[in-house]
Ligand binder design. Structure first.
Ligand SMILES: [Zn+2]
Length: 206
């Protein structure tokens, strides 16, 4: 289970300062009363950004690990939230997804680049649509677009900001913003037996 690590650090600062070492989780989220064998369980490495680690705890009774994901890093996607947001902003400023793909992913062929971009658009827009419903006082007039949310929050980057603004809803919002389940696509509804693509299953070592 992922837990929010509230921090203003950028991904670069997080890595440079090795800020996962300062992350703390004082009590078990499942058993605040204690006595469940809750303990620090080291950290796991993320592929991107290079050198980043995420602090982890483990509840022995609940057989569950808890990762403290900093506000700068994407959940269940590599890299930072700002990198994800840059992709959507580029698409929203482009006349087509194909044109945006030519600027964003020149390292792979267009069909792969479009799949990569569309996965990010699909996931982020699912979160933005939910937030319009969940926080009408803030976002009732918004469209599910980065530009609209940037305007509503008067922020250069909204995804890291939304970790703070919508902190109580992170368990239900889909990744890469939230820590909830991925929304079902038409394809995944057809195939309920497909494997989940999680990241970094924990090795238990208390
Ligand atoms: Zn526990």
């Amino acid at each position: 289970m992922q837990i929010r690590y509230a921090t203003d650090l950028s991904a670069e600062q997080y890595v440079r300062q090795q800020a996962w070492q300062a992350a703390t989780l004082n009590q078990c989220p499942l058993h605040p009363q204690g006595g469940c064998g809750f303990c620090k369980n080291g950290s796991y490495s993320r592929k991107f950004p290079d050198g980043a680690k995420v602090a982890r705890w483990y509840c022995a009774d609940g057989h569950m690990s808890f990762s403290l994901l900093p506000d700068c890093l994407a959940s269940h996607l590599s890299g930072s939230l700002i990198e994800v947001e840059d992709v959507l902003t580029e698409v929203e400023h482009s006349h087509s997804q194909e044109a945006a793909a030519d600027n964003i992913r020149i390292d792979i062929l267009l069909p792969g680049a479009l799949r990569w971009i569309r996965r990010r658009i699909f996931l982020v827009k699912a979160s933005l649509n939910m937030l319009i419903e969940l926080l009408p006082g803030l976002f009732a007039d918004c469209h599910p677009s980065i530009l609209s949310f940037q305007s509503a929050l008067d922020a250069d980057y909204v995804l890291p900001e939304l970790r703070h603004v919508a902190s109580s809803y992170l368990p239900v919002l889909p990744p890469p913003l939230g820590f909830g389940p991925r929304p079902e696509t038409k394809k995944s509804k057809k195939n309920h037996f497909q494997h989940k693509t999680g990241t970094d299953p924990p090795s238990i070592r208390c």
